[in-house]
Design a protein around this ligand. Structure first.
Ligand code: NAD
Length: 424
């Protein structure tokens, strides 16, 4: 596997400033006062913890972790756990706020949260990552639980991380608590369809968005940035839906094929080498060139700020569907809007993960498991219903999809605040 060290982010970005600006414009659109803005802009709770780690060679290293609960007004907090060298408290705050809007928009009964540990997981052994996960879980355990805050996988974490988290929390509580996390392995109370849910959801709305622009998916082309848990399955499902996936990238580089990539062969290459780089079935291209190809569809599924003021005017895709959280900066949003690019925002496009996380939590709390068909059909129904609602709202208000989606979500959260009243 390649060990090339490359920065994960494409450019300096400030996701928290973008999240605040989105909230401010939603509050203004909805006619709420400054008090409501103040209630919604601040995280309800946040904790920063030291995560001491004994390395395999005996050295002690102290990592930093965060958990931010942005809002709890509609139910327990929900949000992923990220292991990345780019993690910062402000990034976690922005991601937690977006989780609040996503859960409200999709009408799942959760608030929003996010967690992160500042670590490059590729540089640590499995045993070290297990110790990091267990110590971090232990440090944040007073805050989490099935009725408080339910973590899930995100960048740099996976179902194995969730199994360690669930086990640590359960050992501390003296009994098995399956509902403390979602995205667990199937054998430990995971849900069928969770591992691919985010990507399935991305593809459901991508196909709808292409049709909205009069593009028949069977004749369309796509590029996907990021080949991790979201990008990889999204590319496969797009190809299955008849699109030609012309290019994909990961943090190390990108590959392209005019006739469309053979995704099964590419996945086998990535499993063997840990990167798309060196795939013999395509040409190597510049990593960030995937964002600028003349495709019908672009799915950024990697990091925040991938499409920014410096490259947005070179994005030629007609439809951008945000698999990642916050991949388009505020300035880039305006440039894409002016270019006539249809941008399906993250809080709608990648909500499939939290929908099936909700299904997993429901199943775990009832100890009753649904079939894969049940999960998939309910996921599709919820994604397409939300897509239609956001599209209608955006037409009604004459605003971009992101503005419409954020306004719908903020209104639901604000209503919960107003109905609950202010304690004391
Ligand atoms: P992951 O760690 O599984 O994969 C990330 C991928 O992005 C890797 O292939 C990595 O090499 C690549 N990458 C990193 N920097 C890059 C760059 N500059 N250019 C190109 N590729 C780059 O993470 P994931 O779970 O797939 O998450 C990706 C995005 O989707 C994140 O924004 C995450 O918050 C969001 N998301 C994930 C889920 C989920 O269920 N996993 C749900 C909703 C949203």
């Amino acid at each position: 596997m390649t060990t090339l060290a490359q920065p994960l982010t494409a450019a300096p970005v400030d996701p928290l400033a973008d999240a605040h600006a989105q909230l401010a414009s939603a509050v203004e659109l909805l006619g709420y006062d400054d008090g409501m803005f103040a209630l919604l802009v601040r995280p309800r709770r946040e904790v920063t913890v030291a995560v001491p780690l004994r390395r395999d060679d005996g050295q002690i290293e102290v990592l930093v972790g965060h958990r931010v609960q942005h809002n709890l007004s509609r139910g327990p907090a929900k949000g992923g756990l990220r292991f990345s060298p780019d993690v910062s408290l402000d990034e976690v705050r922005a991601l937690a706020m977006w989780m609040t809007w996503k859960c409200a928009l999709l009408d799942v009964p959760y608030g929003g949260a996010k967690g992160g540990v500042r670590i490059d997981p590729k540089l640590y052994s499995l045993a070290e990552l297990e110790r990091v996960t267990r110590r971090y879980t232990s440090e944040i355990s007073p805050l989490i639980g099935p009725e408080r805050d339910i973590p899930a996988p995100d960048v740099g974490t996976d179902e194995r991380t969730m199994a360690w988290l669930m086990d640590t929390y359960s050992v501390q509580h003296g009994h098995t608590v399956l509902g403390v996390t979602t995205g667990k392995p199937l054998s430990l109370g995971g849900s069928r369809g969770r591992a691919t849910a985010t990507s399935q959801g991305v593809v459901h709305v991508a196909l709808a968005a292409l049709r909205e622009r009069g593009i028949e998916p069977g004749r369309a082309t796509a590029a996907v940035q990021g080949f991790g848990k979201v990008g990889r399955h999204a590319a496969r499902f797009l190809a299955r839906a008849g699109l030609r996936v012309l290019a994909v990238s990961d943090q190390y580089g990108a590959v392209a094929a005019e006739a469309g990539l053979d995704l099964a062969a590419l996945e086998a290459h990535v499993d063997a080498h840990g990167t798309v780089v060196g795939f013999p079935g395509g040409d190597a291209i510049d990593r960030d060139a995937v964002l600028e190809l003349p495709t019908d569809l672009l799915v950024p599924a990697a990091v925040e700020g991938a499409i920014h003021a410096g490259n947005a005017h070179r994005v030629r895709a007609r439809v951008v569907v945000e698999g990642a959280n916050g991949p388009t900066t505020r300035e880039a949003d305006e440039i894409l809007e002016a270019q006539g690019t249809l941008v399906v925002p993250d809080i709608l496009a990648n909500a499939g993960g939290v929908i099936v996380s909700y299904f997993e939590w429901v199943q775990a709390n009832q100890a009753y498991w649904w079939s894969a068909d049940d999960v998939e059909s309910r996921l599709e129904e919820r994604m397409l219903q939300a897509w239609r609602q956001v599209l209608d709202h955006s037409r009604h208000l004459g605003v971009p999809l992101r503005t419409a989606a954020t306004a719908m979500a903020v209104e639901r959260v604000a209503q919960a605040h107003l109905q609950r009243g202010l304690y004391p």
